[in-house]
Design a protein around this ligand. Structure first.
Ligand code: GUN
Length: 293
C-alpha cells in the first residue's frame, strides 16, 4: 500500500507556480491577483479562505479578501461580484460556499464572469469541461486528477466508482475520469443516495472516489484488494482530545481499508491540499490568459 501524499504534491506544484510567477514578473508582466468573497463567519469557510490566501502568498500572487456579514442582501453581493468582474486588477475570484439561505447560490455563480471563474462553477465552464474544451476545471476534481497523474495510477480501461453526485465533486470528477486521454478513459459508475447494491458495485471498482460526506462510509468489505481509494470527505467530528474540539473525518474507514489498497489518500493531507493548489493553478491560467483570451 502506498499513501498518496497530497500535501507533498501540492507543495511541489505551488513551487512550480511560484517559479512561473517569477518569470512572468521578470518579463515585465503583472503579478496574478485572486480575490475571495466570504459571507458570514462559518468556521469551515473561514479556514478554507485563510488557507487560500496563504497559498496565494506561497505562489507569489496578490490576494484580496472581501467580507460581508451573513445578513448581506443578495443584491449587495451581486453588486460586489459585478465590481470584481469589471476590475482589471483581478484575474480571478471566488465566492466561498455555502452561502446563507436567503441568497441564491446559483444566481451568484451565474453572475460571476466565466472568464474569471477560477472555481470552475459557472455553467459555461462546467459545460466546456463536459465536452472537453479549454475551461477552468473545478478545483477538487482537477486536484484528484493531478494526484492520479503524479502517482502514475492506471485509469485507462479501469472501473471507477464515484460515490456522491454533487455539482462540485461527484459529477465533474466522473466527467473527467471518463474523458479521452490520461488520466481518463475509465469506465465510470456514479452512486448516490438512491443507488441499490452500493457494496457490490464498489467491490468491482479499481478506483473508488468517495465524496458523499458520510464519515467512514467505505468499509473494508466494499473494496477490492489492490484498488485505489481517493477520500474526498472532510466532515468535522467532535474530538475533545484536540485543541480545536474537532477532527476531520474522511468518507473511508481508513484503518481497515488502507491495508487492502494499492494507493489511498489520507484525511487530512490527501485531496484537501490539492483543492487549494488547483485554485492557484486556475488563477495562474487566468492571469496568463491561457484558457480564454
Ligand atoms: N466550499 C467548499 N468547497 C468550495 C470550493 O471549492 N469553492 C468555493 N467557492 N466554495 C467551496
Amino acid at each position: 500500500m502506498e499513501l498518496i501524499d497530497g500535501k507533498k504534491i501540492s507543495q511541489e506544484i505551488k513551487q512550480e507556480i511560484a517559479m512561473q510567477v517569477q518569470s512572468i514578473l521578470a518579463e515585465g508582466g503583472k503579478r496574478p491577483t485572486l480575490a475571495a468573497i466570504l459571507v458570514g463567519h462559518d468556521g469551515g469557510s473561514e479556514t478554507y479562505v485563510a488557507n487560500k490566501i496563504k497559498a496565494c502568498e506561497e505562489c507569489g500572487f496578490n490576494s484580496r479578501l472581501i467580507r460581508f456579514e451573513s445578513d448581506v442582501t443578495e443584491d449587495k453581493l451581486l453588486e460586489a461580484i459585478r465590481q470584481l468582474n469589471d476590475d482589471d486588477e483581478v484575474d480571478g475570484f471566488i465566492v466561498q460556499l455555502p452561502l446563507p439561505k436567503h441568497i441564491s447560490e446559483q444566481r451568484v455563480i451565474e453572475t460571476i464572469d466565466y472568464h474569471k471563474d477560477v472555481d470552475g462553477f459557472h455553467p459555461v465552464n462546467v459545460g466546456r469541461m463536459a465536452i472537453g474544451l479549454p475551461c477552468f476545471k473545478s478545483a477538487t476534481p482537477a486536484g484528484i486528477m493531478m494526484l492520479l497523474e503524479r502517482y502514475n495510477i492506471p485509469t485507462s480501461g479501469k472501473r471507477a466508482v464515484v460515490l456522491g453526485r454533487s455539482n462540485i465533486v461527484g459529477k465533474p470528477v466522473a466527467t473527467l475520469l471518463m474523458q479521452k486521454g490520461y488520466p481518463g478513459n475509465a469506465t465510470v459508475t456514479v452512486c448516490h443516495s438512491a443507488t441499490d447494491n452500493i457494496k457490490e458495485i464498489c467491490r468491482e471498482a479499481d478506483i473508488i472516489i468517495a465524496a458523499l460526506g458520510q464519515p467512514g462510509f467505505v468499509k473494508a468489505d466494499m473494496v477490492k484488494p489492490g484498488a485505489t481509494v481517493i477520500d474526498v470527505g472532510t466532515t468535522r467530528v467532535p474530538d475533545s482530545t484536540r485543541k480545536s474540539g474537532y477532527r476531520l473525518s474522511g468518507d473511508v474507514d481508513f484503518e481497515n481499508v488502507a491495508p487492502l489498497c494499492s494507493y489511498i489518500t489520507p484525511v487530512p493531507g490527501g485531496v484537501g491540499p490539492m483543492t487549494i493548489t488547483s485554485l492557484m493553478r486556475n488563477t495562474l491560467l487566468a492571469a496568463s490568459k491561457s484558457v480564454y483570451e
